[in-house]
Design a binder for this molecule. Structure first.
Ligand SMILES: [Zn+2]
Length: 683
């Protein structure tokens, strides 16, 4: 064996070996079904096609690759199906930033041109994430690779929408949506980021009643004043009319139990087209917001005041707030500082504007109920520090899902219009004069069907053989966005939950336990570190001692420490391969080694990846190297035992540190098959 482990050149050699001889494709589904073979399946969470990998990606690649290599060595039909995502809004946002640098914006292009430009941009960069995953050692079945905009996937997504529509689970409705006036799109409730902000509470005189509001500029859209019917200050006034300042309208005082008597003056203005709770209050008060005309619409999609506000038309919201407050004069009784929660755009951090828009919704209740049933029956088990409880809470309180997005980069909703409001749902144009809906689907609508569609559009029989999949491994942060939607749509489409286990990995924090962020300057670049310390070192550092659902800390020192482990492994192998004395057989050795095999197998079978890593690391370092190698120097363990022990450890360690173990294997057993194709030890 070579004297030193030169990881950079050895990793290159190993990648080539795997590329040429690695068995990463399981049998086609048809054969698996007829042979009744045991399967192990992971559908890879598809990273954004055009994004370089960050440390979170390196985490999922490592955890999934460990499980995949282990089960493949166990002899199961093991499928790791890779893919990438077009990532709708995310990608369009990145692309628009690029346009901005060139002094342009999306409004300079028509829809088709813009779509094509983004398509080309994604295509140009689409190998990026795939190559980086390969470089981290991902032993996925690249022959089954899928992209969310592959024609057959898009077809499947459209079919699902059509079928949901047929089943009465889709409706179009004017609703308040969370709209970012900068990004030009609505978001689902789950995507709204909340932040506490310093603001002002204004006390405005509406005739005899004083209302408290943070938004004087929307008063032009008021339909009522609401008070709590149990509030003695106002009880008698319910039903009477008060003048609406700056207008010649009068509005009614309504009673609504949701009004907090302790907040402000206990009286609030009701502006249904610009506030979520006002919409509800208006409905309860007998004024259906969907019947209100444009004179109640105060703010447009660009965040500017409309003609309904007279001279304020064209002003932005903050400017109008100040000007309206000024014009109110004596009618503005007081202005107090206030801390309150606002909803922000998670992309650009602008305050979201609740705006009324016609959008497509999925009725989620019937879908969510099926997911709860599946959880009750343990058809899917969630591993991740109590996160099943959180998932259940989401499912029990779920609202209808707004799946319309006002962006071009995505799958266009298959709905067609001709004169007026009625629409038809169809994959292709119903005929002349019909125009297609311009909105595209929320990107989670297509990725929510990922396990079903990737297998249904794959090799013959794959769906029957590999669905339901075994493990869905992903970050706990996207439990509601993705995992919950995959379960809802997976059960809807197939009657079966899409995976048996959900393994949620935590955030990777820096060595001090702080969240990594660009502004703190503590972000680690996984590929840079693999070039510095080796890919094995990064992989081992990421998973060592991790527990599903809990965050872990990883810094450069930890990775450096794991480089020492790879070197230790190399040196131990070199020592054992050069033992010359036969030595005498140790009676404890075989028994202990068998126990190490059993324990490692048990941890991995039960998805305790972090514990398995820690366990086998310690046994190798402290038992095999510190004790047995020392004993062998005085011939207290036989040469044959040491060699068998080394072979066993190479196998046990292979899923975690695949490069160094394969490199050693290729030097020691030149004529045999690859280590990755070998079978898991039983003793
Ligand atoms: Zn935005």
């Amino acid at each position: 064996m070579d004297k030193h482990f030169d990881f950079l050149s050895k990793e290159e050699d190993v990648r080539l070996l795997w590329k040429n001889k690695g068995n990463t494709s399981p049998s086609d589904g048809e054969r698996v079904v007829s042979d009744k073979k045991k399967t192990f399946t992971i559908i890879m969470p598809p990273p954004n096609a055009n994004d370089p990998l960050h440390v979170g990606h390196a985490m999922f690649v490592t955890v999934e690759d460990i499980l995949i290599r282990f089960h493949r060595m166990l002899g199961e039909e093991t499928l790791w199906l890779p893919g990438t995502d077009h990532a709708g809004i995310e990608t369009q946002f990145v692309f628009e930033k690029k346009l901005a640098k060139e002094g342009k914006s999306r409004f300079d292009f028509d829809r088709d041109t813009l779509y094509k430009m983004i398509w080309d941009y994604v295509r140009e960069n689409s190998d990026l994430s795939v190559n980086q995953m390969k470089s981290l050692g991902a032993s996925a079945d690249w022959s089954r690779f899928k992209f969310t905009l592959d024609k057959e996937i898009v077809d499947g997504v459209l079919d699902t929408f059509i079928s949901l529509h047929k089943d009465g689970l889709i409706y179009k409705s004017l609703r308040l949506v969370n709209y970012c006036t900068k990004c030009g799109t609505a978001y689902s409730d789950l995507e709204v980021e909340h932040e506490e902000r310093d603001d002002s509470l204004y006390f405005l005189k509406y005739g005899p009643v004083t209302v408290a509001t943070t938004r004087p500029e929307t008063l032009f859209g008021d339909v009522a004043v609401a008070v709590n019917p149990e509030d003695p200050r106002y009880r008698e006034q319910i039903g009477s009319l008060v003048p609406l300042p700056l207008t010649d309208r009068k509005i009614k005082i309504i009673g609504d139990k949701s009004v907090d008597m302790e907040y402000g003056t206990g009286a609030v203005k009701v502006t249904p087209l610009h506030d979520h709770s006002d919409w509800e209050m208006s409905l309860r008060g007998g004024i259906d917001p969907t019947t209100l005309d444009d004179t109640f619409l105060v703010i447009n999609n660009y965040g500017k005041l409309t003609s309904a506000t007279g001279k304020y038309q064209g002003m932005n919201v903050l400017q109008a707030r100040e000007e309206v407050a000024k014009e109110l004069g004596d009618m503005l009784v007081e202005k107090k500082a206030l801390k309150h929660n606002v909803g922000l755009c998670y992309r650009c951090k602008r305050v979201l504007e609740p705006l009324p828009m016609k959008q497509f919704f999925i009725r989620t209740k019937p879908l969510a109920e099926k997911v709860i049933e599946a959880l009750d029956k343990k058809e899917t088990v969630i591993l991740g520090a109590g996160r099943e409880k959180i998932l259940r809470h989401w499912l029990e309180n779920i609202k209808d899902w707004n799946i319309s997005r006002q962006i071009v980069w995505g799958i266009r909703i298959p709905v067609w219009y001709k004169d007026g409001e009625e629409y038809v749902v169809s994959k292709t144009s119903p005929g002349e004069g019909w125009v297609q809906e311009t909105d595209t689907f929320d990107t989670w609508f297509s990725s929510g069907q990922w396990p079903v569609l990737t297998l249904k559009t794959g090799k013959k029989g794959d769906f029957e053989a590999y669905y339901p999949t075994t493990v869905m491994e992903t970050a706990y942060e996207i439990l509601p966005f993705w995992v919950m939607r995959m379960m809802m749509l997976g059960i809807y489409l197939t009657g079966q939950t899409p995976f048996k286990y959900v393994y949620l990995h935590g955030l990777v924090r820096d060595e001090k336990g702080q969240k990594m962020s660009k502004s703190k300057g503590n972000v680690i670049n996984p590929l840079e570190l693999t070039r510095k310390y080796g890919t094995d070192a990064l992989r081992m550092a990421l998973v060592m001692s991790t527990v599903p659902g809990q965050d872990s800390n990883t810094g450069e020192d930890k990775i450096k420490g794991m480089r020492n482990f790879a070197n230790k492994l190399w040196n131990a192998a070199r020592y054992v391969s050069e033992i010359s004395d036969e030595g005498k057989s140790s009676s404890d050795f075989d028994r202990y080694l068998k126990n190490v095999v059993d324990e490692t197998t048990k941890h991995l079978s039960e998805l305790r990846v972090g514990m398995a890593a820690e366990y086998v690391y310690n046994e190798f370092w402290h038992w095999f190297c510190d004790e047995q190698i020392e004993l062998s120097k005085t011939n207290q363990v036989s040469k044959e035992q040491m060699k068998a022990g080394l072979t066993t450890f190479l196998k046990l360690l292979h899923p975690f540190v695949p490069f160094v173990t394969e490199a050693i294997w290729s030097q020691l057993y030149k004529d045999s098959d690859l280590l990755m194709n070998s079978s898991w030890p039983t003793k």
